[in-house]
Design a protein around this ligand. Sequence first.
Ligand code: FE2
Length: 298
Amino acid sequence: MPVSIRKLTSRIGAVVEGVDLTETPDLPTVTALRDALNLHKAIVFDHVSLDNAGQERVARWFGELTTAHPNVPAADGTRNVLAVDSATSKANEWHTDVTFVVNPPQLTTLRSVVTTPYGGETLIANAAAAYLDLPEPLRVLADTLRVVHTNQYDYARPTSTTAQRLEYDRVFVSKPYEAGHPVVRVHPLTGERGLFIGGFAKRIVGLSSGDSADLLRILQSYVTRPENILRWTWSPNQLLIFDNRITQHYGVDNYDDHPRRLNRVTVAGEVPAGVDGRRSEQLVGDASHYSGLLEVAA
Ligand SMILES: [Fe+2]
């Protein structure tokens, strides 16, 4: 059966059919999936029958896995699975995964384990489209900027929290990490430029905290435009893969107290490069226990 790719929106997202995720894939299949990721940024497989080991195996088609998280332990006796569980965190902030380390994961896989009777969608935004939407003077400015990302971000949320969520947050921040990245990242496979900011972006280098917050808010408003977003409604046994180099995502907290559980496996990435070729740097902490380094051509 040939691989079929069906677009979900103009700018982001596609459903993939005709791939048996329980088989060992041939090279053309992996190439077709990588091409689909490069083009659509987020791809979805429906009716998958995978367990944790199966999800890890499929993620490995794209490269070496990271461990679950720099600070948060892996789920269920695994090494590579992070539980994205409403009992511990709702992830309802725009972010790119683990951007507080020097080489964040190149891609993220999410598998639905427990889905909600309503709501609980995952939003994924195309940060390359956001960059292209910027008026030229802002694009030129963004090209020159660097930004510090940290895991020590503000956890204050408007809704009440639980002891379990407070504990998760405590572990999440227990060891500090900071990384300096270009605000505009060049994708190593496509050459596309994307805004590389999101919830862990703390301050733009060289600006006051007030100016930095204002500018980040303006840039972020282009990422979160509705046209740049895929709103994915989960059913059980689906696998979503998104390109973590050039997207942001958000778990919508609109499902009351229903339990929701996605299992996440991420693939190690390279050190990002900006428009001028300058690479990211780790400023605080050492996350080498979390992720190997993907080598890409300069
Ligand atoms: Fe995430």
